[in-house]
Ligand binder design. Structure first.
Ligand code: SAM
Length: 461
């Protein structure tokens, strides 16, 4: 470590920035966000980059620079200005010169600001760009409301100290609540609930965990939400579906338990009731439970049933949406699901009824032109679906696309007409998981960016 990291209190402190360009305005804004009084030397106006801090910045002519530096806590020179550097040195004020680490008494790190939680990444001035790249990675892992949790912990500090005078008991308390249910409630924006959970834990340490029902998206790990990624990496146990891709499962912590409870069509490897029991038992054992489901948990995913069961057992549960396969597949294949010329509505239907076969859908409504119909779980019932739609008046020549393993390296997209849908599936060896898209939008188009492994095939003659 060649530099000593420290956080300076600047509330109400005088700071001086030299420069008239964007860099000076940015540094002024940063100092204002830390509560500093900023004297900006050399600018006649703030650049349009920093209009929001105008009220907190005093513009000072260069002739008054020496007096501006009197009593300053720190100074930043944000332009090529040897005179300014000499003035700061003469005043004995700690100095930062932008892009000149050799001239700096201190460097300004890359910052992640979550209120009371601030993460600063320094590279000793060697590579600010690397620091920014690291910041992006860390930023993705930190909950947006982390600062709220820290502030709550700060407010409760004295109360906790009084209730738990023993240091070790206090540490165990904080470890429990800052990674447990109270933290989850704070991250979800329920600060009252979080405070109540902390207070309750003070008198009776909570043994109960939480369940997060998380959408994993259609398969590409990069389509996970930031929240899903964080929860997967924090979980003690992950119960996952068959459709959750290997790339996503690889993101689970190595010491976490992974439990496949996958369902293949007609082959429920773990009955739904038993999945509920497993989730409840793991949460009761105090674990952070993630129930990881393909696509979105609330779109043909039984997420609602699992949420009801877990909540009925008195366990706190959260739902994290995922990119449903209709959206992921359509984007990957370049098919706009709505289009001002072709499709004014979008309907998501299942091709598989609970009791088996095709569900009782409103075929007349689905047969109308000017809309897109996406069918989940429709490979096995495609022939009946095509027949019903044609019987209800949809033209046999209506375009259809079938997308198998959408967003994965094995993605396959085939196009054809409604009347040939079953043959399209058979001839191209589509086994699923696959999504059917029916409507005028379901045609191949010149793609701007095509995933390398995507194949576009027409039905053979
Ligand atoms: C039980 S449903 C789950 C849907 C999921 N909750 C969602 O929002 O996508 C399973 C069906 O989703 C579709 N599906 C899921 N992942 C897919 C993928 N990567 N490519 C194509 N279809 C997919 C298939 O129709 C599959 O039969």
């Amino acid at each position: 470590m060649r530099q000593f990291p420290a956080f300076f209190k600047l509330e109400g402190a005088r700071t001086v920035v030299f420069g008239s360009g964007i860099e000076a305005a940015r540094k002024a804004r940063l100092l204002v966000s830390a509560g500093a009084d900023v004297l900006l030397v050399g600018a006649t106006a703030l650049t349009s980059d920093a209009p929001d801090v105008a009220g907190n910045v005093t513009l000072v002519p260069p002739s008054h620079a020496a007096s501006a530096l009197a009593g300053a806590r720190l100074a930043i020179v944000a332009e090529d200005n040897p005179t300014a550097i000499a003035l700061v040195r003469a005043a004995g004020v700690p100095l930062n010169v932008v892009d000149r680490p050799d001239q700096c008494d201190f460097t300004v790190p890359s910052i992640i600001d979550r209120g009371d939680v601030v993460v600063a990444i320094g590279t000793n001035g060697t590579s600010p760009v690397l620091a920014k790249a690291l910041r992006t990675k860390i930023e993705a892992l930190l909950p947006a409301r982390l600062g709220d949790l820290a502030a709550l912990a700060g407010r409760m500090r004295e109360q906790v100290k009084a209730a738990l005078p023993d240091f070790s008991a206090r540490r165990r308390f904080w470890e429990r609540v800052l990674t447990g249910r109270a933290a989850d409630l704070a991250y979800a924006g329920d600060l009252e609930g979080a405070e109540a959970a902390m207070t309750a834990d003070l008198s009776a340490p909570a043994g109960q965990g939480v369940v997060h029902i998380v959408g994993a998206g259609p398969g590409d790990p990069e389509l996970l939400t930031l929240k899903a990624l964080r929860l997967i990496q924090e979980a003690d146990v992950v119960f996952h579906d068959r459709l959750v891709s290997g790339g996503i499962l690889a993101l689970i912590r190595r010491d976490a338990d992974r439990v496949p409870v996958g369902k293949a069509k007609g082959n429920h490897s773990v009955p739904q009731e038993q999945i509920h029991e497993l989730l409840i038992a793991a949460a009761r054992a105090g674990k952070r439970v993630v129930r990881l489901k393909g696509g979105d948990p609330f779109v043909f995913g039984r997420g609602g049933e699992e949420l009801d069961a877990v909540e009925a057992a008195g366990i706190t549960a959260f739902v994290v949406p995922g990119i449903s396969s209709a959206l992921g597949c359509a984007a990957s294949a370049g098919i706009p699901l709505t289009h001002r010329d072709h499709a004014q509505s979008l309907t998501l239907v299942t091709g598989h009824a609970k009791a088996g076969g095709v569900p009782d859908l409103d075929w007349q409504a689905l047969a109308k032109r000017g809309q897109t119909v996406t069918v989940y779980m429709g490979v096995g019932t495609a022939a009946t679906i095509a027949d019903r739609l044609i019987e209800a008046g949809r033209g046999p020549e209506a375009p259809v696309a079938v997308i198998e393993n959408g967003t994965l390296p094995t993605e396959k997209t085939v196009y054809g007409m409604l009347e040939e849908l079953p043959r399209l599936i058979e001839v191209n060896g589509i086994l699923g998981p696959a999504l059917l898209i029916i409507g005028e939008v379901a045609t191949p188009r010149a793609r701007v960016s095509t995933p390398a492994a995507t194949t576009t095939e027409a039905v053979p003659a």
